[in-house]
Write a protein that binds this ligand. Structure first.
Ligand SMILES: Cc1cc2nc3c(=O)[nH]c(=O)nc-3n(C[C@H](O)[C@H](O)[C@H](O)COP(=O)(O)O)c2cc1C
Length: 402
């Protein structure tokens, strides 16, 4: 299969799987522990049925969405994904470019291989900066200064892994910084994924984490900077720290990784502008609820006091439509665009954005709703969710307001 023939995010994932050595591909695909959360994120979207409205004039369809004073071409953006430069050199810059061209927001990871300063040359007005707060607050302060100087208007504070999650598949695979492949995996890589291996080696092996390099020892190499990063992150943050970030950051402040309605309300009280309901795509707490399960309770709790966004498990444009019907103001994707950029660089990332855009457009047409911002709960067949047996191989989790 070629990129031009890829019809779905699943097709794009298969392309990425073909290009990347197994261990590297699994670094994207993996979750934590038994990977139940990873499965749940996707399968919890499946029971929702969209009920079409007849005789609607859907000749013209509009999926533009406004957020923080900007109008985006589509109601979704790209979530922060650290170490993307391992999957393809300078992948972060390609993701930012693809988002800019598609007129959707891009969130730069605070664990990027590309520096804030290099990223600022792409499209700073379209880039948000995600911070993994450092144990040394002076480093976090400096990140804020650099992000502000770069012209990024929105800061995203990720709070869903205060301690290192238990990534068993990655540990078994030796997928760490720098990756340590077993001899058999090296043979597999050399035999089946030679273009990736050549590209990786010709560009000097593991890239330096440029975001963190200024804080490591002068002249530190890739492995040393990565080790330094691990001494600083994850770090435990409290509501008092959030207040500190609120005071220090003049732009929009978003908290990523909120799962409790009571925390969402508290974020609003602490002056946060938006939150992302997220479980890190199943890469943090394996027993966390799926984001889509918890969305209605969070929306009910905060209403319009702040922007309610969501990621984790989105693989179809219709998932984004469902999320909107249940109250999401905006949606983000992590793995989908990462698979795209890993498979085919800028063209791959752009193809993913186009697929999601086309799927939203088709869904809006088929359900008789010409405007994305007119979607609401009346398009959801609620009974279906109760009546249908779960398509998940797991026992059905119970969503409850916390
Ligand atoms: C390989 C990988 C790296 C990630 N790195 C980060 C990161 O640096 N910062 C962050 O806040 N979230 C990170 N995430 C989580 C994503 O931002 C996002 O929450 C998740 O991928 C959404 O789920 P999805 O992949 O099912 O779309 C990462 C996810 C993946 C798969």
């Amino acid at each position: 299969m070629r990129l031009g023939n890829a019809l779905s995010i699943g097709d794009i994932e298969r392309l990425a799987r073909r290009r990347l050595p197994r261990v590297v591909y699994e670094g994207i695909a993996s979750g934590v522990e038994d990977e139940r959360g990873l499965i749940r994120n996707e399968t919890e979207f499946h029971p929702y049925r969209l009920v079409p409205r007849a005789f609607a004039d859907v000749t013209k369809r509009d999926q533009s969405a406004s957020l923080f004073g900007r109008t985006y071409a589509s109601p979704f953006g790209i979530s922060p994904t650290g170490i993307a430069g391992i999957f393809r050199r300078d992948a972060e810059l390609m993701l930012a470019r693809a988002a800019s061209e598609a007129r959707v927001p891009f969130v730069m990871s605070g664990a990027s291989m590309v520096s804030i300063e290099r990223m600022a040359r792409v499209d700073p007005a379209n880039t948000w900066f995600q911070l993994y707060a450092a144990r040394d607050p002076k480093i976090s302060d400096d990140f804020l200064r650099r992000a502000r100087d770069a012209g990024f208007g929105t800061l995203v504070l990720t709070v869903d892994n205060p301690v290192p999650p238990k990534r068993e598949r990655d540990a078994r695979n030796g997928f760490r910084l720098p990756p340590k492949l077993a001899p058999l995996d090296m043979i597999e890589a050399a035999l089946l994924h030679l273009p990736w291996v050549i590209d990786y080696l010709c560009r000097g092996g593991m890239p330096v984490m440029e975001t963190w390099a200024p804080y490591a020892a002068p002249g530190a190499g890739a492995a040393e900077v990565a080790r330094f990063f691990r001494t600083q992150s994850p770090s435990i943050q409290t509501w008092r720290d959030l207040d500190g970030f609120r005071r220090a950051w003049p732009g929009r402040l978003v908290v990523k990784g909120i799962m409790r309605p009571s925390d969402a309300v508290r974020c609003a009280e602490h002056g946060v502008d938006g939150l992302v309901i997220s479980n890190h795509g199943g890469k943090a707490l394996d027993r966390a609820p799926a984001s889509i399960e918890i969305l209605p309770a969070i929306k009910a709790a905060v209403g319009d006091r702040l922007a309610v966004m969501l990621d984790s498990g989105v693989r179809r444009g219709s998932d984004i439509v469902v999320a909107r019907c249940l109250g999401a103001d905006f949606v983000f994707v992590g793995r989908a665009t990462l698979y795209g950029v890993a498979a085919a660089g800028l063209a791959g990332a752009s193809r993913v954005l186009a697929i999601l855009r086309e799927e939203i457009d088709t869904t809006l047409g088929l359900i008789g709703c010409p405007r994305f911002d007119e979607l609401g709960p009346d398009f959801i067949l609620e009974e279906a969710r109760e009546a249908l047996p779960s398509e998940s191989p797991l026992p059905r989790p119970i969503a409850r307001a916390v």
